[in-house]
Design a protein around this ligand. Structure first.
Ligand SMILES: Nc1ncnc2c1ncn2[C@@H]1O[C@H](COP(=O)(O)OP(=O)(O)O)[C@@H](O)[C@H]1O
Ligand SMILES: O=P(O)(O)OC[C@H](O)CO
Length: 496
């Protein structure tokens, strides 16, 4: 049987490749971690060639597991860690610096300078983002400033900039194609999300030569054909989206008001606002959810840096559990009369606080506080942080959030306890899908629908299946009291 779809999920710590058959069933999987480099405090880098090698290795593993050849693959979909910034030589394909990862804070001073010049409203209005080193633009400005000769070479067209999707497409096509998709472009701080084009004014401010930018396409489009030297055959690349947007697509959140939240290392919540580009007054991001057939759908996004990472902290630093899946059982044993709060600001606080200098703290300790209360506080912190995001979304766009049901995915949603707590604190239902690999499914659907092999948007959405709905069940007074305690704890952690 031919007509298989290969989906590649190039994440922050690992790369996964998955093969789906015509019936959307998974038939093969390859996964590989790759090295992380931390050359200075707050710096995070990847070796672009190691990312590429991990893609090749995982594709081969997935093909072998499925027992099929590359000739049976009809199309490729790509999803990726967003914002991570790669620069390479257009001719030789050689990376000109290690990739600067989204978590990297080295360009904080560039953001501060721009803010001091009063430029944040301009960037926000055009890009939907904030002046934070999280986004690609100031990372790229830093690279252009610090690498001798790079700006001149870039201006003469010898250098390519791209997010990881661009880099992988360049490699897959044998260096022939330099493109990206609208969702990845929307994370760069130089893309005008209203006019759907690179913004000359912002490029000028950051000193970025337009000649180094990729062409921006819809999420389902012709992104190029693989070089036969790589897999032995030519395969079209037909779908691309940043990983959080791909999760939104994979969770079939196609209607305005639908919301997904992915609980992995961190947590990223996206609310579909349809054709409305809702500008946040509460320090959320406005971003492109997807662009299909030339039509841009927008989303409000909230990013939390620590979610599952708090569970890793309990496991690796405190030694309270041996495997992540033990955390719920431990939390269940917590004394219900103790109100302990963990604010996991280990690397600062993300949305809606955006306080890079905040640090974590635990409040409410008594002589009887032990591992169970720590575990409960760690899991509850995820629910409270999501509540803060949803509240900000409600303030920004009340009409669209009245009956919000949250669709969840990511490693942490295996914890029933956490999901129930989430529903309780949000006072809104939480739906967990049967198929939890929504990110990679989203990339697969983009490619497969473009290839005409899988159902269209409505058909795909109709196939979304719920595993369980967690209904809110907490008394309102208790919920309010719990949230007040959280708010008080966060206030005490903020740096300003
Ligand atoms: N059963 C569980 N209960 C709570 N947290 C879990 C459970 N299983 C995994 N996790 C957490 O989920 C995270 C892994 O999720 P995953 O979606 O694979 O993350 P990422 O893609 O960011 O690497 C880890 O931080 C881990 O601590
Ligand atoms: O690689 P992930 O899954 O941690 O996702 C990273 C996000 O895309 C960063 O914005």
């Amino acid at each position: 049987m031919s007509g298989y779809i290969l989906a590649i999920d190039q994440g922050t710590t690992s790369t996964r490749s998955m093969l789906f058959d015509r019936h959307m069933r998974v038939v093969g999987l390859g996964q590989q971690e790759f090295p992380q480099y931390f050359p200075a405090s707050g710096w995070v880098e990847h070796e672009a060639e190691e990312i590429w090698e991990s893609v090749l290795a995982t594709v081969r593993t997935a093909l072998a597991e499925a027992g099929i050849g590359a000739a049976d693959v009809a199309a490729i979909g790509i999803t990726n860690q967003r914002e991570t910034t790669v620069v390479w030589d257009r001719q030789s394909g050689e990376p000109l610096h290690r990739a600067v990862v989204w978590q990297d804070r080295r360009s904080a001073h560039v953001c501060d300078e721009l803010k001091a010049r009063g430029l944040e409203p301009l960037f926000s209005q055009k890009t939907g983002l904030l002046l934070d080193p999280y986004f690609s633009g100031t990372k790229l400005a830093w690279l252009l400033d610090r690498t001798p000769g790079l700006r001149e070479r870039a201006a003469s067209g010898e250098v390519c900039f791209g997010t990881v999707d661009s880099w992988l497409i360049y490699k897959l096509t044998g260096g022939r194609v330099h493109v990206t998709d609208a969702t990845n472009a929307s994370r760069t701080l130089i893309y005008n999300i209203g006019e759907n084009r690179w913004d000359e004014e912002l490029l000028d401010i950051l000193g970025i030569p337009p000649a180094m930018l990729p062409e921006v396409k819809d999420c389902a489009a012709d992104f190029g054909i693989t070089d036969p030297a790589i897999f032995g055959v030519e395969i079209p690349i037909l779908g691309v989206a940043g990983d959080q947007q791909a999760a939104m697509i994979g969770n079939a959140c196609f209607r305005p008001g639908m919301m997904k939240s992915t609980y992995g290392t961190g947590c990223f919540a996206l609310l579909n606002t349809g054709l409305d580009r809702v500008a946040s007054s509460n320090r959320l991001l406005t971003t492109i959810a997807y662009r299909l057939d030339g039509v841009t759908t927008y989303a409000l996004e909230g990013s939390i840096f620590i979610a599952g990472a708090a569970v890793q902290w309990l496991r690796d630093e405190l030694g309270f559990i041996t495997v992540a899946s033990d955390v719920s059982r431990l939390a269940e044993k917590a004394d219900p009369n103790q109100r302990v709060y963990l604010v996991p600001a280990f690397t600062g606080l993300g949305a809606p606080w955006w306080d890079a200098d905040a640090r974590g703290a635990i409040f409410g300790l008594t002589r009887g506080t032990g591992p169970a209360e720590f575990a409960r506080a760690a899991l509850e912190s995820v629910a409270y942080q999501t509540f803060d995001l949803l509240e900000a979304m409600r303030r920004d766009w009340q009409a669209g959030t009245e009956r919000t049901i949250l669709r969840v995915d990511g490693g942490m949603v295996a914890s029933d306890w956490t999901m129930q707590r989430l529903a309780d604190i949000l006072a809104a239902p939480v739906d967990r899908p049967v198929f939890l690999e929504t990110t990679i499914l989203g990339a697969a659907w983009l490619a497969a629908s473009r290839a005409g092999l899988w159902p269209d948007r409505e058909g795909f959405a109709a196939r979304w299946q719920r595993d369980h709905r967690f209904e809110p069940g907490m008394a309102e007074a208790e919920r309010r009291q719990a949230i007040d305690g959280w708010r008080d704890s966060v206030e005490r952690c903020l740096s300003r």
